[in-house]
Design a binder for this molecule. Structure first.
Ligand SMILES: [Fe+2]
Ligand SMILES: [Fe+2]
Length: 291
């Protein structure tokens, strides 16, 4: 048996193995409940959203905390009531807050990666995607999810096999351009497909799943979902541009590389628009206290 053959697996097997070991991260159902409220014919009301958040103390605390960040500051007066926080954020931003907090809830200690670096990369990618969403005719909340979750497969593979993960890092020399190939060599699967599989397990929208699946190979995704894949790819490129790497591999920052330029051209987005979305995304992530 070769050194790597022992780690070969399929995305479904990774998820099944983690379920069996009771190590599959769970995903908050507050988001699903929230979406049910938001999809009612008359939309979600502040009272209903408040009631839902009251049943989840961590979410409740997170929404109040967000209402007290720079983005919503109201002359230095502190918000202490949940209903006031919900009113201040509005339905869209409450949803984004629930997404971000649900994402953070997935992670636990004991995985050998630079989690803080990974989380910052993911958060900033989420907000950059949100600011690029309109150029792809994709709803902002779906774009945000794509950016936020695009690397979740890295964490899942690291949780699945410590040894396999260490080997991927070694083989890739922790360079982004070799990382996916190293994953394929070691595991036979990549973080893109494992990530898509886990978020599909969590019932995320199909477009978000395809965006994550295609973020390293957008041109190879089914045409209908290519905008999602390109958007996710560009969001991650934006984070890399800022020097915010994913905690396992690095690349050149502060430059728009040739493949990013091609992707921008294909979508008819000029570089200054891209740079603006990157700056706005970073700013927003910072102003809501998520980085
Ligand atoms: Fe990736
Ligand atoms: Fe990434």
């Amino acid at each position: 048996m070769t050194a790597t053959r022992q780690f070969k697996v399929t995305s479904a097997e990774v998820i099944d193995a983690l379920v069996d070991l009771k190590r599959l991260p769970s995903f908050s159902n507050t988001l699903a409940e929230f979406d049910r409220l938001a999809n009612q014919s008359n939309g979600a009301h502040v009272e209903e959203v408040t009631r839902l958040l009251q049943s989840d103390p961590r979410m409740m605390a997170g929404v109040i905390r967000t209402a007290n960040t720079a983005r919503y500051a109201r002359g230095g007066r502190k918000v202490t009531q949940l209903s006031e926080a919900v009113g201040l954020l509005g339905v869209k931003d409450v949803r984004a807050t629930i997404m971000a907090l649900s994402f953070l809830d997935v992670f636990s200690e004991g995985v050998e990666m630079e989690t803080n670096v990974f989380l910052k990369h993911s958060m900033v990618s989420g907000f950059i995607a949100k600011h690029l969403a309109s150029y792809f005719a994709i709803p902002e909340y779906e774009a945000f999810l794509m950016g936020l979750f695009h690397e979740i497969g890295i964490y899942i593979l690291a949780t699945y096999s410590k040894e396999g993960f260490a080997l991927v890092k070694e083989k890739s020399n922790q360079r982004l351009k070799y990382y996916v190939t190293a994953e394929r060599d070691v595991f036979g699967v990549t973080h893109s497909s494992v990530g898509a599989r886990i978020i599909s397990h969590w019932h995320m929208p199909e477009r978000v799943i395809r965006g994550v699946l295609g973020h390293h190979s957008p041109a190879r995704i089914e045409v209908a979902y290519q905008p999602a894949a390109y958007l996710t790819y560009l969001a991650e490129s934006g984070a890399v541009y800022l020097g915010l790497f994913n905690g396992v591999a690095e690349a050149a920052s502060d430059e728009i590389n040739a493949s990013t330029q091609r992707a921008l051209q294909k979508q008819g987005i000029d570089e200054s628009t891209f740079l603006q979305a990157i700056a706005k995304g970073y700013e927003e992530a910072e102003s809501v206290g998520l980085i």
